[in-house]
Write a protein that binds this ligand. Structure first.
Ligand SMILES: Nc1nc2c(c(=O)[nH]1)N[C@H]1C(S)=C(S)[C@@H](COP(=O)(O)OP(=O)(O)OC[C@H]3O[C@@H](n4cnc5c(=O)[nH]c(N)nc54)[C@H](O)[C@@H]3O)O[C@H]1N2
Ligand SMILES: Nc1nc2c(c(=O)[nH]1)N[C@H]1C(S)=C(S)[C@@H](COP(=O)(O)OP(=O)(O)OC[C@H]3O[C@@H](n4cnc5c(=O)[nH]c(N)nc54)[C@H](O)[C@@H]3O)O[C@H]1N2
Ligand code: SF4
Ligand SMILES: [Mo]
Length: 680
C-alpha cells in the first residue's frame, strides 16, 4: 500500500489529504496533518472522494449521439466530429454561435480551466458563461467599481477582533470567495479573541459559534448596513482619512440618510437594542471585518449590500489592515506586483437576445443562456465541469432549449441531467486521476499553495479536460497549449510547470514541498494601487438601486424563501448521497409558527410556490428558522429549487443576477404525509 499526498478540490478550501492506494484502488482518505492550510482537516465531502471516484454512473468512454442514442466511440472520432460541427456552425452563424459554460468543478481544474480559456479566446466567441454570474457578480462588480480590480476579494483577517459575517454558513460551506480551511477553529478563535456577529434569518451552525446572532428578516440586510454606515459617518469615521483616501462620501451619505433606527428596525425585524449594540461595539472596536456571503449576493439588493460592506470596511479604516479585512494577492497571481488596467465597472454589450443584460469579465450572464439558444443565436454549447440544469433558473425551460442545440458537448465525470442531452460526451479524469496546482490560485484565509500529481492513473478511456480542450483546439487549427505544444506529447507535470512559471511561480519549490508551500499575509498593498489613490465610494448606480429600494420600502409580510447549502454535497455533486452515511434531504425548513399557520406538519409533503414555479418537498419544522422564512437547499435534480427562480423577471440590471434568496413564496400542505425527516 502506498500513501499519496494530495488535496481535495471539491471546494476552495483545498484541504490537504493523504490517500491510501493499494493495487490501483483508493483506500482510506484522511486529512494531511502537515498541510499548512488544513492541518489534518477534511469534511465529509473530501472523505467521499473515493466513493465519488467509484461512482456507479462514472463516465468511462467517449460517446457521440447517433440515431438518437449516445454510442461509444473513440477519442479521435469524437474530437474530429465535434471540431467539424463547431467549425461549420461558426462559419455559417459566426463565432458567437458556439458557447462555453464553466461550472464549479471546471473552474477548480487548474490545468483544464486555463486550457479551455485559451480555446475560447482562440475561437473568438463572446458566448462564454460561468457560475461566476450566478453566485457572486456583485462581489466582483463592487471590487472593480470601488477599488479598480474585480479580483480583490477581501476576507476577515484571522486576527480580527470584531467580525460581522452576513448571509453565510462557513461551518457547512467553508466560505465563499474567501475559504476557511478548518472553519470551526477559526470561528471559535474570532469569538474567543473578540466578537463574532452572524446575521442570518436561520440560526445556523455558524451562528451557534458566534458571540451574537442577528436573525434578520430575509432580504433586508441593505437596511442594516445602511443604518450602520449612516451612523458611523456621523460618529466614528475618520473624516480626515476619508477626505484623503476616498471619494464620493457625499453620495454615500445621501443614499443612506433615510436609514434611521425606526426605519431599520421596521424593515429588518431586529430589535432597536440589537442594532444600537452592534453600532456601539463597532465604534468601540474601531477596526472591524465585515464579510458577505451568498445569503447577500443572491439578493435583489446584492450590489447595494456589497457597496455598503465595502463602505463599512473603508470608513472604519479596516480594509487592507492587520486585524481588519485582508486582501490575499494570490500566491501565483501576485496582484500586488502587477499593474492593473483601469477598470471602473463599465459593462460590455450584452447578448443579442437580451441586449439589456451586461457582459462583464468576458462573460454573458447565465440568465441569458436559455434565450440565446431559443432565439437561435447559440447553436452549440460546450459544458466544462458544470451542471447548468441545477445551477440556472427555470431548469425545464433550459432543458427544452438544450434539446434543440445542434451540439451539446459535455466534459464531466459522472452522468447528470445535462449529460442526458449531450451530443458529445467527454469523460474527464476526476480529482484523483489528474495533477493540479491549487486551482486558480484561489483566495483563501491561508496564504499557501500546493501541487499534486495524479493519485491514480486515468481509468477506462477517460482523458484530462486540458487534453480534451487542446485536442479540440488542434482539430480546429488552434494551438492552445503553452508554446503551441502537441496535446499528445504534453505531460501534466510539464503543463503545470508551464502555467506556474507563466504566473511567475517557482514550480521546483512545489515539487520539493509536496505538503504545500506557505507565504506571509501582506497588508497595505491595495491602498497603494487604488485608481487615483482613492476608494471610489460615490457610485451613482448603486445609489440609484438603494434609492429604488428605499422607495419600495417593503411592507410585505408573507413568507420569504431563502437558500442554503448542506453538509454532504457540493451543489449537485454527491447530492445523490454518494459517500454519506446519512445523506442530505431536499426538505423545506420552516418555523413551527409558520407551519401551524399554514396547516403544515413535520414530515408532510408541502407545495412551495413562488411567482416563478412550484415544487413539492417534505416539510421539516425547525425553530432555527425565523418567522416568515422558509429554506430550501440547492443542488437536487429532482427537487430543483431553480424551478422557483426566474431568468427573466427579477433579474438585476447591473449584473444579470437572478433573484435567488428572499423570494416571496407561499406554502400549502400537499395532501399526503410521510415519516418525519430524521434530523442531522
Ligand atoms: N457543503 C457544501 N459546501 C459548499 C457548497 C455546497 O453546496 N455544499 N457550495 C459551494 C459554493 S458553490 C458556494 S457559492 C459556497 C456558498 O457558501 P455560503 O454563502 O456560506 O452558503 P450557505 O451555507 O448556503 O450560507 C448562506 C446563508 O445565507 C443565509 N441567507 C439566505 N438569505 C439571506 C438573507 O436574505 N440575509 C442574510 N443575512 N442571510 C441569508 C442562509 O440562511 C444561509 O445560512 O459554498 C461552497 N461550499
Ligand atoms: N436556486 C439556486 N440556484 C443556484 C444556487 C442556489 O443556491 N440556489 N447556487 C448557485 C451557485 S453558488 C453555484 S456555484 C451554481 C453551481 O453550479 P455548477 O458549478 O454548474 O454545479 P455543480 O453541481 O457543482 O456542477 C459541477 C459538475 O462538474 C462535474 N465534475 C466533478 N468533478 C469533475 C472533474 O474533475 N472534471 C469535470 N470535467 N467535471 C467534473 C460534476 O459531476 C457536476 O456535474 O449553482 C447556482 N445556482
Ligand atoms: S472543505 Fe471538504 S470539500 Fe472543501 S476542500 Fe476540504 S475536504 Fe474538500
Ligand atoms: Mo457557488
Amino acid at each position: 500500500m502506498t500513501e499519496v499526498t494530495s488535496f481535495c478540490r471539491f471546494c476552495g478550501s483545498f484541504c490537504g489529504i493523504l490517500v491510501d492506494v493499494e493495487d490501483g484502488r483508493v483506500g482510506k482518505i484522511r486529512g494531511n496533518p502537515r498541510s499548512p492550510s488544513g492541518r489534518g482537516y477534511t469534511c465529509p465531502k473530501g472523505r467521499a472522494l473515493g466513493d465519488f471516484h467509484a461512482h456507479p454512473d462514472r463516465l468511462d468512454r467517449p460517446r457521440c449521439r447517433a440515431g438518437g442514442a449516445l454510442q461509444e466511440t473513440t477519442w479521435p472520432v469524437l474530437v474530429d466530429d465535434l471540431a467539424f460541427r463547431l467549425r461549420s456552425i461558426a462559419e455559417t452563424d459566426g463565432p458567437d454561435a458556439v458557447g462555453f459554460f464553466f461550472g464549479t468543478a471546471g473552474m477548480l481544474d487548474s490545468l483544464g480551466f486555463p486550457t479551455a480559456g485559451a480555446l475560447v479566446a482562440a475561437m473568438g466567441t463572446a458566448s462564454r458563461y460561468s457560475t461566476l454570474t450566478i453566485d457572486s457578480p456583485s462581489v466582483l462588480l463592487a471590487a472593480e467599481s470601488i477599488a479598480g480590480h474585480p479580483m480583490l476579494l477581501p476576507g476577515p483577517d484571522p486576527d480580527a477582533e470584531l467580525v460581522l459575517w452576513l448571509g453565510g454558513n462557513p461551518v457547512i460551506s467553508h466560505g465563499h470567495g474567501y475559504f476557511l480551511g478548518m472553519p470551526v477553529d477559526q470561528l471559535r478563535r474570532w469569538a474567543g479573541q473578540g466578537q463574532l456577529w452572524v446575521v442570518d434569518p436561520r440560526r445556523t451552525e455558524t451562528a451557534d459559534l458566534a458571540t451574537r446572532h442577528l436573525p434578520i428578516r430575509a432580504g433586508t440586510d441593505y437596511a442594516l448596513l445602511a443604518y450602520l454606515v449612516r451612523e458611523l459617518l456621523t460618529q466614528g469615521a475618520d473624516h480626515e482619512y476619508l477626505s484623503r483616501r476616498a471619494s464620493g462620501i457625499d453620495i454615500l451619505a445621501g443614499a443612506v440618510a433615510p436609514y434611521d433606527l425606526t426605519r431599520t428596525t421596521r424593515l429588518t425585524g431586529l430589535a432597536e437594542s440589537q442594532l444600537t449594540e452592534l453600532l456601539d461595539q463597532i465604534r468601540r472596536a474601531g477596526r472591524i471585518a465585515v464579510k458577505e456571503s451568498t445569503g447577500l449576493t443572491f439578493q435583489a439588493s446584492a450590489n447595494v449590500c456589497m457597496w455598503l460592506i465595502w463602505a463599512l470596511n473603508i470608513i472604519t479604516q479596516s480594509h487592507d489592515r492587520p486585524g481588519g479585512m485582508f486582501f490575499n494577492p494570490g500566491y501565483l497571481r501576485k496582484l500586488h506586483t502587477q499593474e492593473w488596467p483601469a477598470m471602473d465597472g463599465t459593462p460590455g454589450p450584452g447578448p443579442r437576445s437580451r441586449p439589456e443584460l451586461p457582459a462583464r469579465w468576458g462573460e454573458f450572464p447565465c440568465t441569458a443562456l436559455a434565450s440565446e439558444i431559443e432565439s437561435g443565436n447559440l447553436k452549440a454549447l460546450v459544458v466544462v465541469g458544470g451542471n447548468p440544469l441545477t445551477a440556472i433558473p427555470q431548469p425545464e425551460r433550459l432543458a427544452r432549449a438544450f434539446s434543440t442545440l445542434r451540439v451539446l458537448a459535455v466534459s464531466d465525470v459522472v452522468g447528470t441531467a445535462v449529460t442526458r442531452h449531450a451530443t458529445h460526451l467527454m469523460p474527464s479524469t476526476g480529482q484523483l486521476e489528474r495533477a493540479d496546482i491549487w486551482p486558480l490560485d484561489f483566495l483563501h484565509s491561508s496564504v499557501a499553495n500546493q501541487y499534486t500529481p495524479a493519485v491514480l492513473p486515468a481509468g477506462a478511456d477517460r482523458r484530462p479536460t486540458w487534453w480534451q480542450m487542446a485536442a479540440l483546439g488542434a482539430a480546429l487549427g488552434h494551438q492552445v497549449l503553452p508554446g503551441g505544444a502537441d496535446p499528445d506529447e504534453m505531460t501534466e507535470e510539464r503543463l503545470a510547470r508551464a502555467y506556474v512559471e507563466a504566473a511567475g511561480g517557482d514550480f521546483d519549490q512545489f515539487l520539493a514541498q509536496p505538503d504545500g508551500v506557505s507565504d506571509h499575509r501582506i497588508h497595505g498593498w491595495v491602498e497603494n494601487k487604488l485608481p487615483g489613490g482613492r476608494w471610489r465610494l460615490g457610485n451613482a448606480e448603486f445609489a440609484a438601486q438603494l434609492a429604488a429600494l428605499t422607495e419600495a420600502d417593503s411592507r410585505e409580510t408573507g413568507l420569504r424563501l431563502i437558500s442554503r447549502r448542506q453538509r454532504h454535497h457540493l451543489n449537485s455533486q454527491l447530492a445523490d448521497g454518494t459517500g454519506a452515511r446519512r445523506p442530505d434531504r431536499p426538505t423545506v425548513d420552516l418555523h413551527p409558527d409558520d407551519a401551524a399557520r399554514n396547516g403544515v406538519e413535520d414530515g408532510q409533503y408541502v407545495r412551495v410556490r413562488t411567482e416563478h414555479g412550484e415544487l413539492t418537498l417534505t416539510a421539516r419544522v425547525d425553530d432555527r428558522l425565523t418567522h416568515g422564512t422558509i429554506s430550501v437547499p440547492h443542488g437536487f435534480t429532482n427537487h430543483n429549487v431553480g424551478a422557483l427562480t426566474s431568468d427573466e423577471t427579477n433579474v438585476d440590471e447591473l449584473t444579470g443576477l437572478p433573484l435567488m434568496t428572499a423570494i416571496p413564496a407561499t406554502i400549502a400542505p400537499a395532501g399526503h404525509s410521510r415519516e418525519p425527516e430524521k434530523r442531522t
